[in-house]
Write a protein that binds this ligand. Structure first.
Ligand code: FAD
Ligand code: SF4
Length: 329
């Protein structure tokens, strides 16, 4: 690992000023992504600004939304009573991610900014990686893709966004709060990420030095049905092959509101808006769920190693829609 300067910030403005002033500076939160990539030689910042002492931890209910400080840990958010009561799909996604030890270190801001698990990206000895070395090619497309994307992917990059938490958050229209050197701004999480197919090396709309200060999550209406299903190669401590976050509002036998996020398949956490439209106005039932699932992955771009994900994602979504609505198989 290259040597680097370490600074601990205690004020948000200081942290932002320090990182903005140096192109080779980076933030350090829980370190579970950042330090791994530095040890592997993928990242080599000249300065790390430790933000763990900034006053950005904790949650606050503001009307029909929950404001979550960026330094709240995954485990703390999962234990929040409002999350348990009004955002159960968020709680499920958090608790199905990583391990208890990691969730006690990992922060919400860091989770949303975690880097892809593409093994070719994470091995600096691999010469072809458009994300690490723009213009060099994509070793995954020529190699063994499995934990890779089929939506928002093409021959330039098939890197997957691996966050579980981001999947329900895009479905819920969560808003990211950002502090930069010249002020604050907010952006819908589903507009925050860029597609790997369009810009492999630029993953989101953050400008260098901008700090995520929090995330605002609209609460589900009382009585909404929701859940998160994660399909993976082993039952715990594993990233998703595919996942589905679902929330439905059903009354008088009709679906009035549907929210669907897909994980494990997209180069960004995937909001399935067309599938939601397919469901609204229909009675809950297997046929409607299958139609919605087909629409959700209709634009998939696959390779022999990733083609299985199209059917797996559909089955995962249909199963979760059945589970939350109580429709029998
Ligand atoms: P850091 O590692 O400190 O930072 C991550 C990145 O974000 C860095 O680039 C840092 O500069 C930047 N950053 C951090 N905070 C901010 C901020 N507030 N503003 C701007 N930039 C910021 N995740 C899942 O969702 N599901 C899983 O199943 C899962 N399994 C895992 C298994 C293992 C073995 C490991 C190591 C990780 C796993 N993860 C999983 C990923 C884990 O959730 C993330 O590593 C973690 O959430 C990152 O948070 P952090 O606070 O440690 O971020
Ligand atoms: Fe790099 Fe993306 Fe290809 Fe992985 S999929 S090797 S991150 S260009």
């Amino acid at each position: 690992m290259r040597s680097f300067e370490y600074v601990r910030a205690t004020e948000v403005s200081d942290a932002v000023r320090l990182v903005s002033a140096r192109p080779d500076a980076a933030y350090l939160a829980g370190g579970t992504t950042q330090l791994d990539l530095m040890k592997d030689g993928v990242l080599g910042p000249g300065m790390l600004v430790d933000i763990t002492r900034l006053p950005l931890a904790g949650t606050e209910r503001r009307g029909e939304a929950l404001h979550v400080g960026a330094l709240t840990t995954m485990e703390e958010l999962a234990a929040d009573p409002t999350v348990a009561e009004r955002l159960p799909l968020v709680r499920e996604a958090l608790l199905k991610g990583a391990s208890t030890q990691l969730r006690n270190m990992a922060t919400i801001g860091g989770n949303l900014l975690q880097r892809t698990r593409c093994r070719y990206f994470r091995d600096p000895d691999v010469p072809k990686c458009n994300k690490r070395l723009p213009g060099s090619g994509c070793a995954a497309v020529e190699g063994v893709p499995r934990m890779h994307a089929v939506l928002g992917a093409n021959e330039r990059c098939i890197a997957l966004h691996a966050s579980d938490l981001a999947v329900p958050l895009v479905a819920l229209d969560a808003v990211v709060h950002i502090q930069g050197p010249t002020g604050e701004r907010r952006i819908l999480l589903r507009d925050f990420y860029l597609l790997a197919s369009e810009s492999p090396d630029v993953e989101n709309h953050l400008v260098h030095g901008e700090l995520i200060t929090g995330v605002e999550i609209p609460l589900l209406p009382a009585g909404a049905l929701s859940g998160y299903l994660k399909v993976r190669d082993r039952m715990s401590y594993e990233f998703a092959l595919t996942s589905a976050a679902v929330a439905l509002v059903i009354s008088d036998g009709i679906i009035h509101e549907a929210r669907i996020g897909l994980g494990g398949v997209g180069s960004r956490p995937w909001r399935a808006l067309d599938a939601e439209r397919e469901l609204v106005g229909s009675p809950p039932g297997t046929e409607a769920f299958r139609r919605a699932a087909r629409v959700a992955v209709q634009d998939a771009w696959t390779l022999p190693g990733t083609a299985f994900k199209v059917e797996l994602a559909q089955r995962c979504l249909v199963r979760e829609l059945r589970t939350v609505s109580g429709v029998a198989a």
